[in-house]
Write a protein that binds this ligand. Structure first.
Ligand code: ATP
Length: 372
């Protein structure tokens, strides 16, 4: 069993609380991604699991064993870092064999493991090359190979792709996912890149200032963010946030953007979160992703009416090929819409935009928590 459990884990560096009361259960064979902006405590969390950093308070377990006082080498984990320094004077074979030799593994067992890892990673033909004769991606594979040969219960990876160029990073992302399927081990992966997190993670942990904000599978994080931080961090371009007031007219509830827009909240959203009614007359934040705003002149799978549309001024048009990003202004609000490539909106136009209200979000303006 290679589950990893954090119970009330705190890490303080003098007066900095790097990790604040983390509770997390990483399941056996899961690919779990820790994501968040710089300084949010991702690496510290990983280093505590690895045993490279002492924990100030709390308990860490690997399987059923409390590892708080277990030295790193006895934790049955392997770590892959961003700066995967390979030994320059050793060939690929020996770079991969090194840790097993240190542990005095028999020669034929070392040979079996190195060749197996090389086969999995597709680097069998490179075993006698030195690191300087390899490309960046090949070096990264060797670094992974060094971890794989240890056959650890848990892989810990700290931004392992960040030194690669964009194209290789995308390719290695897929390879790492496939590798995880093949190895069937627990992987805990740190990145600040939400795209990497979304494409690779079985589940994602979003961290902010040392505090876990949400732990969920990628689609749930995207569709049901707990708060404005998660909503704004996951998705690119980021979700639009617009200040407004919740008002009731007749039996309908509206988000009133102080003259900029007035959007009716669909009944099923009210039924989903009836507590929204308590916000009547109060300031709230309307959240809508750029992909959930449409150019009303193009037909969609919902009807654009006065209740779900508004007019905005086009400030910038960014054609992306398959779609167009419109940067829009309405009064003092600015926002982005991702519309179909057929849109003919030009800079300076006032365009009518439809809101796919099935995908709208409303947040408490004070706590920034999601109402729905
Ligand atoms: P990045 O993406 O920039 O690597 P991170 O999310 O991995 O950031 P950590 O490296 O875990 O963040 O750091 C969390 C907080 O702890 C930061 O405020 C950092 O300055 C602080 N910190 C980390 N290591 C130490 C240390 N050895 N001494 C003092 N403060 C530290």
């Amino acid at each position: 069993m290679a589950s990893v459990t954090l119970e009330n884990v705190v890490k303080r560096f003098d007066d900095v609380v790097a990790v604040n009361n983390a509770n997390l259960e990483i399941r056996d064979k899961e690919f779990l991604v820790l994501v968040g902006p710089s300084g949010c405590g991702k690496s510290t969390t990983l280093r505590m699991i690895a045993g490279l950093e002492e924990i100030t308070e709390g308990t860490i377990k690997i399987g059923d064993t409390v590892v708080n006082d277990v030295p790193p080498k006895d934790r049955d984990i392997a770590m892959v870092f961003q700066n995967y320094a390979l030994y320059p004077h050793m060939d690929v074979y020996n770079n991969m064999a090194f840790s097993l030799k240190l542990r005095k593994f028999p020669k034929d067992e070392i040979d079996r493991r190195v060749k197996e890892a090389a086969r999995i990673l597709g680097i069998e033909d490179l075993l006698d090359r030195k690191p300087k004769q390899l490309s960046g991606g090949q070096r990264q594979r060797v670094a992974l190979g060094r971890a794989i040969v240890r056959e650890p219960k848990v892989f810990l990876m700290d931004e392992p792709l960040s030194n690669l160029d964009a194209k290789l990073r995308v390719q290695m992302r897929t390879e790492l996912s496939k590798l995880h399927d093949r190895l069937q081990t627990t992987v805990i992966y740190v990145t600040h890149d939400q795209v990497e997190a979304m494409t690779m993670g079985d589940r994602i942990v979003v961290l902010r200032d040392g505090v876990i904000q949400q732990v969920d599978d990628p689609l749930t994080l995207y569709n049901k963010p707990n708060n404005m931080f998660v909503a704004g961090f996951i998705g690119s371009p980021a979700m639009n946030f617009l200040d407004c007031k919740l008002v009731k007219e007749g039996d309908k509830y509206y988000l009133d953007g102080h003259g900029s827009f007035k959007i009716a909240i669909p009944e099923d959203k009210i039924n989903e979160a009836p507590e929204i009614k308590e916000y009547e007359g109060r300031e709230v934040v309307f959240g809508i992703r750029p992909e959930d705003l449409v150019d009303a002149s193009i037909k969609h799978d919902f009807d654009v009416t006065d209740d779900n549309s508004f007019t905005a001024n086009v400030e910038v048009v960014e054609p992306m090929g398959s779609e167009i990003y419109l940067y829009l202004g309405i009064n003092d609000h600015s926002m982005i819409a991702r519309v179909e490539a057929e849109s003919t909106a030009q800079v300076g136009d006032n365009v009518k935009l439809g809101v796919d209200t099935r995908k709208m979000h409303v947040f408490d303006a004070e706590t920034e928590e999601a109402i729905f």
